[in-house]
Design a binder for this molecule. Structure first.
Ligand SMILES: Cc1ncc(COP(=O)(O)O)c(C=O)c1O
Length: 364
């Protein structure tokens, strides 16, 4: 019997990434709080730049995203030569695994860490090693205890999705200091712009000074450009060189580059999005806590809510919210079946989710 080409064996063990649901049959415009998208939508300046770029679509884009890297360099006061742009930060996370890990290696991440990390490890045939967490928070000691001569990469999302928790600057430094120089530490700071804590560090300083640290960032969250797929990394020049060798030559399309430049320069739009989040995340937290639900302390644009035992459990709450046209995220794949993750949306969306959960819990 003829057999076709076979992929690397570990690839067939991957459970494909499942994004947040976007549709409810029969509901024209569901309230979408399942993918941590920004409540306020993109900057008007980014939209205008996107439209203006359309005229040039017959041209190849700048394969180096030069203008965008310069804009990011100015904004963050960093060297554009050490920035690499990608198709969302997912792209860069995949490239890092491809470049630095292979069959027989190990890749460590937190047990409730972003689900792309085990996927990229298995893509290259490496073993994903989930370190236990403490209070749903990345545990530096647990990770360091799992480092072996085979460890090639450590991934931390800071703040983490879906838990919403973070580790402070000192802990991040302690994590790096405890790792062998041969291990690459990837600090995924997808939600960095939302964090207003003074003890928070996106990883900029470590990525700028240490040869084995990469920080990844995205335009999908506070910049509200998830549909365009745009992310970037900051690292040593040597790591940037490696990523530039293996990325797609024209990986970032021209509309994304143009919108990205405008978005980075529209500081006021980011400030508005952050201020909105700083109003409505505490509001939602207070309202849901008052309903008797347990919320994990959060610093990004979503909350993690623990539901009681059946019949008022997370699955039942998810079904009920859906019946009211509201989509939130179930977290079984994150080993958090008793929780739901709810993105901070507009004022109306936040009031709708609270009203629906009041009804669900019989407290309306
Ligand atoms: C922690 C974390 N990292 C990375 C990403 C991927 O973002 P991007 O859209 O840039 O690929 C997400 C998106 O949900 C995320 O939550």
């Amino acid at each position: 019997m003829a057999t076709g080409p076979t992929p690397r064996a570990s690839i067939l063990d991957i459970a494909p990434y499942a994004g947040g649901e976007a549709k409810i049959a029969g509901v024209a415009k569901p309230i979408r709080l399942a993918s941590n998208e920004s409540a306020l939508g993109p900057s008007a300046k980014a939209l205008a730049a996107y439209h203006a770029a359309a005229e040039q679509m017959f041209r190849y884009p700048d394969g180096h995203s030069s203008e965008l890297r310069r804009a990011l360099g100015r904004r963050h006061d960093i060297d554009p030569e050490r920035i690499v742009c990608g198709l969302g930060s997912d792209d860069l996370i995949h490239l890092l695994a491809e470049a630095y890990a292979r069959e027989g290696d190990e890749v460590i991440y937190g047990r409730h860490g972003f689900s792309i990390y085990p996927i990229v490890a298995m893509t290259v045939g490496a073993k994903p090693v989930a370190a236990p967490e403490k209070n749903l928070t990345f545990d530096v000691d647990a990770v360091l205890a799992r480092v072996t001569p085979r460890t090639k990469l450590v991934f931390i999302a800071n703040p983490n999705n879906p838990t919403g928790t973070f580790i402070p600057r000192d802990e991040l430094k302690r994590l790096h200091a405890g790792l062998p120089k041969s291990v690459m530490l990837v600090i995924d700071a997808a939600y960095a712009e939302y964090v207003v804590r003074s003890d928070y560090d996106s990883g900029l300083e470590l990525a700028g000074s240490q040869p084995n640290v990469v920080m990844t960032r995205t335009f999908s969250k506070i910049y509200a450009m998830g549909g365009l797929r745009l992310g970037w990394s900051y690292s040593s020049a040597a790591v940037a060189d490696v990523l530039n060798r293996i990325r797609g030559p024209f990986n970032v399309n021209m509309a994304a580059q143009a919108a990205g430049v405008a978005a980075v320069e529209d500081v006021a739009a980011v400030d508005r999005a952050r201020a909105h989040n700083d109003t409505w995340r505490p509001w939602l937290t207070r309202e849901l806590t008052a309903l008797g639900l347990e919320l994990t302390p959060a610093v990004a644009n979503f909350v993690l809510v623990r539901f009681p035992a059946p019949p008022k459990d997370a699955n039942a709450a998810w079904d009920f919210l859906r019946s009211r046209g509201i989509l939130v995220r179930k977290l079984g794949v994150y080993h958090l079946p008793e929780y739901l993750r709810i993105t901070i949306g507009t004022e109306d969306e936040m009031r709708a989710v609270v009203a629906a959960l009041k009804e669900f819990l019989g407290k309306a």
